[in-house]
Design a protein around this ligand. Sequence first.
Ligand code: NAD
Ligand code: MG
Length: 396
Amino acid sequence: MLSQGITILGATGSIGQNTLNVLAQHPDKFHVVALSADTNFFRLAEQCNQHKARYAVINDVNQAKALQLALDKLGCNSEVLAGRAALSDVVCLDETDLVMAAIVGAAGLEPTLRAVKAGKRLLLANKESMVIAGELFRKAAAENGTTIIPVDSEHNALFQVLPANFENGLENVGVEKLILTASGGPFLNRDRSALTHITADEACNHPNWDMGRKISVDSATLMNKGLELIEARWLFNATPDQIEVIIHPQSIVHSLVGYRDGSVLAQLGMPDMRTPIAHALAWPDRIETGVERLDLTDLHKLEFFPPDLESFPGLGLAFQVLKAGDNAPVIFNAANEIAVDAFLNQRIGFLQIPSVVSAALDSCETGKIEHLDEVLDYDRLARDTTSRIIHLQNGS
Ligand code: NAD
Ligand code: MG
């Protein structure tokens, strides 16, 4: 097979680094076209040098000079591009066959959607894009014949155990339920009162996965599972009542599909993102990853519980948002991004995150979404509203 050209949006993050780790094991199958970062020019330069990227793209234009100097110092001749538009430009290049969307948050939406419109195979980690603009993604993928392969471990698991023609509607292919597993994060089984004084470092200390700080906080609040519910709705053309969440603290069963005849199919593996990343990179083939093999006899137990929506109200909110549809997911996501940022910067407490999001959902106007501009407008409005709510709640 010809070597495939890949562009990684968000190369310096946790998913980006794991992707480069897998790529480095297969220099005959893939080559790097472009790598991007928000501000971390130093790591980006090192990655471009190591992986011989044709383009080094920095979102923050103020870091472009520093990036160029860092590349010169390494003797690396990757071409420097800077600014938001450059992110979209590199995904559309002829040399780009695959796009790994690994920017965190709604900031990834525009270049990720551009990849779908350009008909590039999309490896989707940036779940927030799908949450806020799922319908636009589905339409663009259908119009351009684009394949979207989920990288999020649960959705990648579902993609692996669903029949190939799931796009025809889940009930038409015998599927009754998509069952998303959730580890429960670092505070599973902790009483709500014990969560009041949680610090950012405690929230980011996930028991099974090593991830970026935003998704780590989302995992601790279970907002991550809430986002994943909505992500699953769009990725698999599911109705809200076809999706369930169960707590599975060991993170070995990555998700399950329940069929009409009573069969339940699951995908299992060690909690290591290189497995779903490699699956998405090589699909429909399989490639080596260096991931530790699962030894079932070595595991003491696999447990499953219903989620506790009282201790983790964010997940309950997500079920309501999923049913409400329209712009509710945009408000939910934007409010959560602002609240998580405020928590990480010690401006609000851990338990305030879902309450701030709930207040934002109550305060923002509802509306339909047909165009990207509407997503961006509602996103901006929800961010402003949420910042005001935080200001008011803090009495400052
Ligand atoms: P991270 O914070 O480690 O990395 C984020 C990357 O995005 C960095 O390269 C950063 O430079 C870039 N970035 C941040 N803000 C940007 C902006 N405004 N413009 C352009 N680039 C920007 O995050 P991560 O943990 O790698 O997660 C990335 C995405 O993948 C998230 O949507 C997350 O929910 C999803 N995801 C991550 C994991 C995981 O194991 N880390 C698992 C499943 C899904
Ligand atoms: Mg996940």
